[in-house]
Ligand binder design. Structure first.
Ligand SMILES: [Zn+2]
Ligand SMILES: [Zn+2]
Length: 209
């Protein structure tokens, strides 16, 4: 089985504290076969990853779009997608590029929860390490609507990488991992970021604004 963390932020996110190379190094040290780079409304990490042309490590180019109705992950996305659009339009733009659209932390406390109700997703993020009360609701929603599932750490700091993700048994290639997701040939794993660490980092974020 090969492990992938499908939700990782780098310094290309305003609140990300990790360079791309650092993210790769930590992910490797934790035994991951790859990560999805999902910066807030930015694909700069994907462009950097393409230049690095890493061997033996898979970078799934992604984005976390701040749609009008909530956060949406696009996996296999190389073109920017504007924030602030309705969920359905954002999902359509992700698919146009051959990407898959994932509802990120769809029932997270204090988040907009409209996205899953306003668009049809290719998969639902049922475990997010920074979501303390919404993960089980997300899983119930995915089961009820028979939708594929994914998971990720939502890492904003290096040590959060690999706290959650998916296990697949496929070739180490972006297309193979994505097709395992939509074919439901995956298992999710995950641990929450310790709440105290989350709180400390949330306060740091407020102070640094
Ligand atoms: Zn988010
Ligand atoms: Zn995120």
């Amino acid at each position: 089985m090969f492990r992938y963390d499908l939700h990782v932020h780098t310094r290309y996110s305003r609140d990300g504290r990790c360079t791309l190379l650092e993210a790769v190094r930590i992910a490797r040290s934790k035994g991951l076969s790859g990560i999805a780079i999902t910066d807030h409304d930015s694909i700069n990490g994907n462009l950097e990853a393409a230049r690095l042309n890493l061997k033996d490590f898979v970078i799934i180019p992604g984005i976390e779009v701040s749609s009008r109705d909530g956060h949406i992950l696009g996996l296999n996305v190389m073109e920017p997608i504007p924030p602030g659009l309705p969920a359905a339009e954002t999902v359509a733009l992700i698919r146009e590029q051959g990407g898959i659209a994932v509802a990120a932390h769809p029932f997270g406390l204090g988040r907009k929860i409209g996205a899953v109700l306003k668009a049809k997703f290719d998969a639902i993020e049922v475990f997010n390490s920074r979501t303390y009360f919404g993960n089980s609701l997300a899983r119930e929603f995915a089961e009820k609507n028979k939708l594929p599932i994914v998971a990720g750490s939502d890492a904003h700091y290096p040590d959060e990488i690999g706290l959650a993700g998916v296990e697949v048994n496929c070739k180490p290639r972006v297309d193979a991992v994505l097709s395992s997701i939509v074919q439901r040939e995956i298992a999710v794993f995950g641990q929450l970021l310790p709440p105290f660490t989350y709180l400390r980092r949330a306060i740091q974020k407020l102070i640094s604004r």
